[in-house]
Design a protein around this ligand. Structure first.
Ligand code: TYM
Length: 346
């Protein structure tokens, strides 16, 4: 079996006129936040004309941390509503729930046979989420990246639009796909991560050394999509800043750099232009306009969410039709995988 060092890091560079295939996923674990929006969903929306897109609500992944039936069901529905409210057009893409397509679990098992234990142990997300308690966390948390590889490889995805924190998982996906192809012949497309230079790592509002995260115990550290306008303004006012008064992007000023980055994405400006706009105006003026920019971006999404909440049959239909389309594609891939690996067929 090839070692990690021997594996190629070449682009998949598909030689084709067809639209590139995209697969991305998000966990239904509650508290969708501004980092999810700027790092992932906003890019899904911006690129929906360009690519052949599939988006997956990864409920099986959410089982890797303790959850209850009711909260999982509520989170799945809420996330599906949020994705559509944020602008993903269900007629132009395939939006579905992972567990509705049984092939994800099946391919995950097959891929575990070409995944090394040591590779999984090196995953930084596992180290973070297990918090050093690797005797008592679920085995699902450990094999989590293999299920993610299955999500991607089932749909022959060329590109995976994600935030920076997912880069290592996409690299593992490529390694696993390459190893399977080596052992059984060309079967999988090697996907590339699609990580934008801006917004890929939105940091926490109370500590710029940590990424903004829905699992943070401090709700002031993130802007949740459900936050009311006044709550958003208050959180931004309270956000930590660095010493000084000038609005400047500077590696020595990580908190300010993070806030400038959020402002620049929402207003489609470069960070330098933001610096110029706020030259000599101080933190107060900047934070107040940043708060307004976030409110302006989030309010219409909240409005559409209310409408979707009032008509659950809309999202039911979207997810049912998405699952049908995803199943049809995934079953073709699994037939190929079973045949290559010599599994079943009797
Ligand atoms: P999840 O649910 O944690 O996050 C969903 C997306 O949001 C991005 N993100 C961020 N981007 C910028 N700044 C932040 N602070 C921030 N926090 C989160 C994530 O990078 C991600 O793009 N393992 C994945 C879900 C997954 C998946 C997949 C992704 C399962 N299967 C297949 C892509 C392809 C996860 O836990 O994302």
């Amino acid at each position: 079996m090839a070692t990690q060092q021997q594996l190629p890091r070449v682009e998949s560079a598909p030689q084709t006129d067809r639209k590139l295939r995209v697969l991305s996923g998000i966990q239904p674990s509650g508290n969708f936040h501004l980092g999810n929006y700027l790092g992932a969903i906003r890019n899904w929306v911006n690129q929906q004309e360009m690519y052949d897109n599939s988006f997956c609500i990864v409920d099986l992944h959410a089982l890797s941390l303790a959850t209850t039936r009711d909260s999982l069901r509520a989170n799945i529905r809420n996330l599906a509503n949020t994705i559509v409210a944020a602008g993903v057009d269900p007629d132009a893409c395939t939006l579905f729930v992972q567990s509705d397509v049984a092939e994800h679990s099946e391919l995950c098992w097959v891929l575990q046979s070409v995944t090394q234990f040591g590779e999984l142990r090196r995953m930084t997300q596992f180290k973070d989420k297990s918090g050093g308690q690797d005797e008592s966390v679920s085995a699902a948390l450990f094999t989590y990246p293999v299920l993610q590889a299955a999500d991607i490889l089932l749909y022959d995805a060329d590109l995976v639009p994600v935030g920076e924190d997912q880069k290592q998982h996409i690299e593992l996906t490529r390694d696993v796909a390459y190893r399977f192809n080596q052992r059984y012949g060309e079967t999988f497309v090697l996907p590339r991560p699609d990580i934008k230079p801006d917004g890929a790592r939105i940091m926490s509002l109370d500590d710029p050394a940590k990424k903004m995260s829905k699992s943070s115990p401090n709700p002031n550290s993130y802007i949740a999509l459900g936050d009311k306008p006044d709550e958003i303004r208050r959180k931004i006012k309270r956000a930590v800043t660095d010493s000084g008064t000038e609005i400047v992007v500077d590696p020595g000023k990580p908190a300010l750099t993070n806030l400038i980055s959020i402002y620049s994405i929402l207003n489609e400006m470069t960070p330098e232009a933001v610096q110029e706009q706020f030259a000599g105006r101080g933190y107060g003026a900047f934070k107040s306009e940043l708060g307004e920019s976030i409110v302006t971006a989030i309010e219409p999404i909240q409005q559409r969410l209310l409408e979707l909440d009032a008509s659950p049959e809309i999202i039911d239909g979207v997810l049912r039709s998405g699952a049908g389309k995803a199943r049809a594609y995934a079953s073709g891939t699994m037939t190929r995988v079973r045949e290559r690996a010599g599994l079943g067929g009797y």
